[in-house]
Write a protein that binds this ligand. Structure first.
Ligand code: DX5
Ligand code: ZN
Length: 229
């Protein structure tokens, strides 16, 4: 099946930026034509590290006009949804595994809907897309993790391409096809993105390929755009 011509969006992940210069990092991404800013929230339980609470999202909200896409890598995500939406997140993505059951996942996604943010569900590499069966009608985005969540700078997991393809096929069979964005997160650079886009991804989260000591943010985003074609 040929990939559809929908635009491919780029969201730099500020987890990979200099923590002492986050405002400058988001402005550089905005100036370079990024489509959103991806903010990884970690609680030290769902993943080992701790990163970015609600007040960071408020500060980033004041530093850029770009949409903020908050990726909640936290246990009990439902209890945190409203705080991040009211802090200024336009997108709130929760992990299916953190919800614990399909019922709780549905309640969590509905809480995102009520908050006014757009709702995403992230899947760890071992999680199959069947967990989405009860939430397709309330979802805006599926985030396929192409590394184990927790750190920037890991190696892209090529075996996740089949999952992206499967999700695209499932979406194609639904009446609402085209309304749910497929996003990828982890190890995305100018070499790995084309397989994701061919498989159906239209939203690329990119950490260390944008925030790198090797090149400027503008060069990094330009390299990604060039590879998208
Ligand atoms: C990993 C995070 C990613 C990370 C991506 O758990 O969810 O958003 O910052 O960084 P790279 O692109 O370097 O893998
Ligand atoms: Zn992320």
């Amino acid at each position: 099946m040929a990939p559809d011509p929908a635009p491919v969006l780029i969201a730099p992940s500020i987890l990979a930026a200099d923590p002492g210069a986050l405002s400058a990092a988001v402005r550089a991404a905005e100036d370079a034509g990024a489509d959103a800013i991806h903010v990884d929230v970690m609680d030290g339980q769902f993943v080992p590290e701790i990163a970015f609470g609600r007040r960071w999202v408020e500060a980033l909200r004041n530093a850029t006009r770009l949409p903020l896409d908050v990726h909640l890598m936290v246990a009990n995500p439902r209890q945190h949804v409203e705080a991040f939406a009211s802090a200024g997140a336009q997108w709130v993505t929760v992990h299916a595994e953190a919800a614990g059951s399909v019922e709780e996942l549905r309640l969590t996604v509905e809480a995102v809907n009520r908050s006014g943010a757009r709702a995403g569900v992230a899947l760890k590499p071992a999680t199959q897309p069947d967990v989405l069966d009860r939430v397709w009608d309330v979802l805006d985005l599926v985030l396929v993790m192409t590394v184990e969540p927790g750190y920037s700078g890991q190696t892209f997991m090529r075996d996740q391409l089949a999952k992206i393809e499967r999700i695209r096929q499932q979406l194609g069979r639904r009446a609402t096809a085209g309304e749910v964005l497929i996003a990828v997160d982890g190890g995305i650079d100018e070499h790995t993105l084309s397989g994701c886009v061919s498989a159906g991804a239209r939203y690329l989260v990119a950490g260390s390929s944008v925030y790198s000591s090797r090149r400027s943010v503008a060069e990094g985003i330009a390299a990604l755009r060039a590879a998208i074609g």
